[in-house]
Every structure is written in structure tokens, then in C-alpha cells.
Ligand binder design. Structure first.
Ligand code: AMP
Length: 134
């Protein structure tokens, strides 16, 4: 099914466009958490980060640095979060990979409920994950 982000890339619905190259598109979030809240998306239409091609991933990494720099310069924000949600349980609403760049100002921006736990060193999860690297 076509998502709202594919329709934005195709020019079927309007957006506040910031950037476009062969693989990447960026625009302002329509419901910003703070001034300058930007979405950076691949043109490749897949829901999850782990489904992206290597070329789209590389292009996104490059664009994120470029666009974050521009957001910082344009807004004057001294701090910002880059957020990328995968799956409904992780607060993903639009099923097309997207990175949020969210400037942080006093009382404005991303709020985090971060509850760290102790690492289970017995499981050797690092080795388990490394074995699945391609
Ligand atoms: P997420 O919860 O990570 O899936 O975030 C989806 C984001 O897309 C939200 O912050 C929405 O405000 C934003 N969004 C949805 N529709 C549009 C649109 N037409 N133009 C710009 N941003 C949008």
C-alpha cells in the first residue's frame, strides 16, 4: 500500500521540502515537536530500517550529516535528537523508513522515558548479534 511519504516523494501531496537527491528526500514534519523538526527519508519504499538496501543506507547516512548541519545553522539549536522508529510498538506511524531530526530547546523537543537496566553479561549477546552480520 502506498504511504503518505511515497505520495510526498512523487509530488502527489505538498510538503515543505528541504532536500532531494537520487536516493533521499527531506522535508519539515507537519506536526513538529519543535521548530525545525525535519524528516529525512529514503526514496526506497520499505517500512523498516533493516530492510533498506546498502546504497540507500549509505546515502541516508551522508544526507543526515548534511541536513543536521543545516538544521542547526538555520534554527540556532545547540542540541538535537535523531530518532528513527521501527514498528507500531516503537511508535512508528508511517510505514516508510524515516529519520526525525528534532531540535531541542528549553521545554521543547523530544522527551525521553529512558529506564536503563543492567546488562546480562552471561548471555554473550554481542557474539550472537555479530554472527548475524552480513
Ligand atoms: P513516526 O511516529 O516515527 O512514524 O513519525 C511519523 C511522522 O510523520 C510524524 O511526526 C508526523 O507528524 C509526520 N507526518 C505524517 N504525515 C505527514 C505529512 N503529510 N507531512 C509531513 N509530516 C508528516
Amino acid at each position: 500500500m502506498t504511504t503518505v511519504f511515497e505520495r510526498i516523494i512523487n509530488g502527489d501531496i505538498p510538503c515543505h521540502k528541504i532536500y532531494e537527491d537520487d536516493l533521499v528526500f527531506a522535508f519539515l514534519d507537519i506536526a513538529p515537536l519543535s521548530r525545525g523538526h525535519t524528516l529525512v527519508i529514503p526514496k526506497e519504499a520499505v517500512p523498516y530500517l533493516h530492510e533498506l538496501s546498502e546504497s540507500s543506507g549509505a546515502a541516508l547516512g551522508k544526507a543526515l550529516v548534511k541536513i543536521s548541519t543545516a538544521v542547526v545553522k538555520a534554527t540556532g539549536a545547540a542540541a538535537y535528537n535523531v530518532l528513527q522508529n521501527n514498528g507500531k510498538d516503537a511508535h512508528q506511524e508511517v510505514d516508510h523508513v524515516h529519520f526525525h531530526i528534532i531540535p531541542k530547546y528549553t521545554n521543547k523537543g523530544l522527551s525521553l522515558d529512558w529506564a536503563p537496566e543492567e546488562l546480562d553479561a552471561g548471555e554473550d549477546l554481542a557474539t550472537k548479534i555479530a554472527q548475524h552480520l552480513m
